[in-house]
Ligand binder design. Sequence first.
Ligand code: SF4
Length: 350
Amino acid sequence: MTKAIHVGNVTIGGGAPVSVQSMCSTKTEDVEATVGQIKALAAAGCDLVRLAVPHGRAAQALRTIRDRSPVPLVADIHFDHRLAVAAAEAGMDKIRINPGNIGPEENVRRVAEACRSAGVPIRIGINGGSLEKPLLEKYGGPTPEAMLESALGHVRLLNKFGFDDICLSLKCSDVPATVAAYELAAEKLDYPLHIGITEAGGGEMAVVKAAAGIGALLLRGIGDTLRVSMTGDPLREPEVGIEILRALGLRRDAPEFIACPTCGRTEIDLEKLYIEVQEKLKGCRAPIRVAVMGCVVNGPGEAAAADYGVAGGKDCGLLFRKGQRLHTVPYEGLADALVSLLREDGVEVG
Ligand code: SF4
């Protein structure tokens, strides 16, 4: 098991539930816009939110933003150790910095001391796109081994100043390389791991890459907090992250839907029915399985295995509850009839 670190009221590692995070796309010094986006990300399911701190104006805004944030905040800093010290002093809950990129060791010592006295952990964020040149030369590119060696170097620097409150990430845009890098890190180190596929593009490609990479890692028991990276509105990121956790059974806070793809045997508008049922259960937080199936081939089996289900027939559907076949209902009333079953059983449908 990894060590635990505490980021405000969120525990990362040590067997704590895998937390979901994202990063604001606003200019940090624009306090209103940034606080607005943090609140929207928190409402979308982010357990913590990261902010870029590229200069002094951004650093100056941190205390006000921190005071107004409903979730712990992470300051993302590159190159300038003074910004990291300022962020720790401004009450930020975690700092992301690579200690090898902030100049002489004296700078690292200052950051380590500021973070220690404020009780702030540091994430060392290795990125395949910004690996040290000697490592790129030694390994011929941003290989998993190069990323691990970079991480170990940064860890050693912090350890040298007695700082051990560390979380690690080793991301690149290549899914197999990222998975391999995290596997190496998990073998060698017991620091909690922040996982994700970086620069994954936008839309479906990003979703698929995130699900493949993050899913592969979580199934191996690797990963303590995650970020899905998507070009565009960051609000999609926590949604996708949470769905990955749900698909892996690591978060059970909503219905899981089982629905068939439909085929030539379907004799009802299954997609419409599925959307209708999903819509009616949007606010439901019960960890139930609901099957919406097209016909009597796989339908009865899936519907009976779920907590609640419907198997389509000719313009109608057969209802199931906890494995029991109930009765047939005309197509138009199917969604309501299914939801009524949940209500009868005291399930809060939202
Ligand atoms: S459950 Fe029936 S309708 Fe759905 S894909 Fe399978 S065979 Fe086709």
